[in-house]
Design a protein around this ligand. Structure first.
Ligand SMILES: Cc1cc2nc3c(=O)[nH]c(=O)nc-3n(C[C@H](O)[C@H](O)[C@H](O)COP(=O)(O)OP(=O)(O)OC[C@H]3O[C@@H](n4cnc5c(N)ncnc54)[C@H](O)[C@@H]3O)c2cc1C
Length: 490
């Protein structure tokens, strides 16, 4: 069964199918509407709701993000989209009282050294005094400032870069768990250039990440002195939200607002519960694309934006259109993970839980990747005296843990919470949310793969690809990618 809502008033000149109603598809549709009066969009979504991975639920005073919980603000696309749809007054920043992260060291949670941003140590003193690293590892980390830069330009793995510049212990104890939390990936395989190009640029421009970080700090200090009276600027920059922002009522509110704006145009038809099974071009020279649907008649469009994960995009793009494109899409690997969302009394922990969360190095050999203290990170996520946790399991380095059923996963997550934070009683509730093949893995050579996909697309005019598989895995990247596909069409 399908639902059809909204419809056409103006005779449009261009009919565009947007396949997938996650944030990428919504951003693409919104960009098409805002940049042209001559486009009609049909948004095709297989499930019965919009938002894709983004999903918020509320129950018993808890506001639970079941997928992403926030987005980074130094990539402007998400905040700019919120500006365009009039949603910025709903955005909130992280709670400054708990702004720190913990990392597990020999079974005990310890603070990540102050000022350590993924791998850029902005406060050398914090490195010299951190108990996370041995004395020799601390000195090895700081010696990065004098280690000669690499002379070759080819891609390398994130692990190779960190080992080369900061040493093995910094990789194992800090960078792997911090980066693992973002990409749920194996750093030995992750491409530095596709994931953290700025560190490679820092090495090239300043000869060292530490020296580049300290130089940037000087610039930032000067700039912030000049901007002290401009805290409430409305430029749409991320500065006023801190590094991460979210919606006060949860990210699903942002999805709902984009949907409302789209429906208001009268030029977007949103079709839920309609699965696309294939995309074809009836004649090689023709300009129309035929979209095949499960249990429905095919539809014809002038252009198509496919926003599905590449394994799904590859399946619907028949090899007949381009066998090379079909194969290139299927080459991008994905990892699976699960989030266990749980509610607790704060007094049930021996630990004060006074941070945004904990990351767990693989070398600690535990069954969890990270725990986000959701209601410490953002306000109004749990009733007073209670706490909402999101515990991450699986990823590229422990996929076998996801073979277990939900009860077993909840069981070992509770064991870890007991052992690490001294949890005294069972959670008030726990829910396991699985993400199968949802996180694209940007392995070494990823940028070449994406360049090849882009060049193959040149032979299929009217066909556009967007989403988190190509140029960035987060919400702002996905939005920017959907908007870029829309801009190409316009
Ligand atoms: C567990 C997890 C946590 C994350 N946390 C964060 C975070 O905190 N911050 C952040 O910035 N990013 C985070 N991300 C990444 C972020 O969620 C993604 O970048 C973004 O949501 C991707 O959106 P999308 O629209 O490209 O894909 P999706 O959200 O996957 O949407 C694709 C849509 O296509 C539909 N679809 C699939 N097949 C078909 C078909 N054949 N026909 C029609 N429709 C179809 C699906 O139902 C889905 O709705 C996280 C990702 C995961 C997996």
């Amino acid at each position: 069964m399908t639902e059809t809502t909204s419809c056409t008033a103006i005779p449009p000149s261009l009919r565009v199918a947007v396949i997938g109603g996650g944030i990428t598809g919504l951003a693409a549709a919104q960009r098409l509407m805002s940049r042209s009066d001559n486009v009609q969009v049909v948004l095709l979504e297989a499930s019965r709701r919009l938002g894709g991975i983004i999903r918020t639920e509320a129950a018993d005073g808890f506001l639970m993000e079941l997928g992403p919980d926030s987005f980074i603000t130094n990539k402007p696309a998400a905040i700019q989209l919120c500006n365009e749809i009039g949603f910025t007054d709903q955005l909130i920043a992280t709670d400054g009282r708990f702004r720190r992260s913990l990392v597990l060291r020999n079974g005990k949670p310890m603070p990540v050294p102050d000022g350590f941003m993924l791998m850029a140590p902005s406060k050398p003193w914090a490195i010299l005094t951190t108990p996370i690293l041995s004395w020799t590892a601390r000195l090895r980390l700081l010696s990065e400032a004098v280690i000669a830069r690499r002379t070759t330009a080819e891609d390398e793995s994130l692990a190779s870069f960190v080992r080369r510049r900061f040493g093995q212990q910094t990789l194992e104890r800090l960078v792997q768990p911090l980066i693992g939390g973002i990409y749920t990936a194996d750093p030995e395989k992750l491409s530095l250039k596709a994931t953290m190009p700025r560190f490679s640029e820092m090495e090239q421009s300043h000869g060292s990440v530490i020296r580049a970080t300290l130089a940037q700090q000087k610039v930032d200090r000067k700039r912030s002195a000049g901007q002290q009276n401009d805290l409430h600027n409305s430029s749409g920059s991320g500065a006023r939200y801190g590094l991460f922002a979210t919606a006060a009522g949860g990210l699903s509110d942002m999805v709902a607002e984009i949907e409302r704006v789209l429906r208001k145009t009268g030029r977007v038809e949103i079709r839920l519960g309609l699965e696309v099974t294939g995309i074809e071009k009836p004649t090689a020279s023709g300009s129309h694309w035929v979209v095949q649907l499960r249990n429905q008649r095919p539809m014809t469009f002038d252009a198509v934006i496919v926003t599905l994960p590449t394994h799904a995009a590859g399946r619907i793009l028949k090899p007949a259109i381009s066998p090379e494109l079909h194969a290139a899409l299927l080459e991008i690997e994905y990892a699976s993970s699960a989030i266990v969302v749980s509610g607790h009394q704060l007094s049930d922990f021996n630990h004060p839980m006074d941070a945004f969360g904990l990351v767990v190095p693989a070398i600690e050999r535990r069954k969890i990747l990270a725990v986000s203290f959701s209601s410490r990170k953002f306000s109004d996520r749990a009733p007073a005296g209670q706490i909402l946790l999101r515990t991450f399991v699986g990823g590229a380095m422990q996929p076998e843990l996801l073979d277990h059923d939900d009860d077993t996963i909840t069981g070992f997550v509770n064991d870890e919470l007991r052992s690490i934070f001294g949890m005294k009683t069972e959670p008030m509730f726990s829910e396991v949310i699985r993400y199968n093949n949802a996180m694209p893995q940007y392995h070494v050579g990823h940028l070449d793969r994406v360049a090849r996909i882009e060049s193959l697309l040149k032979n299929t005019p009217g066909l556009h690809l967007a989403g988190s598989a190509y140029t960035g895995v987060g919400i702002p990247d996905s939005i920017a990618s959907g908007q870029a596909a829309a801009d190409d069409i316009i």
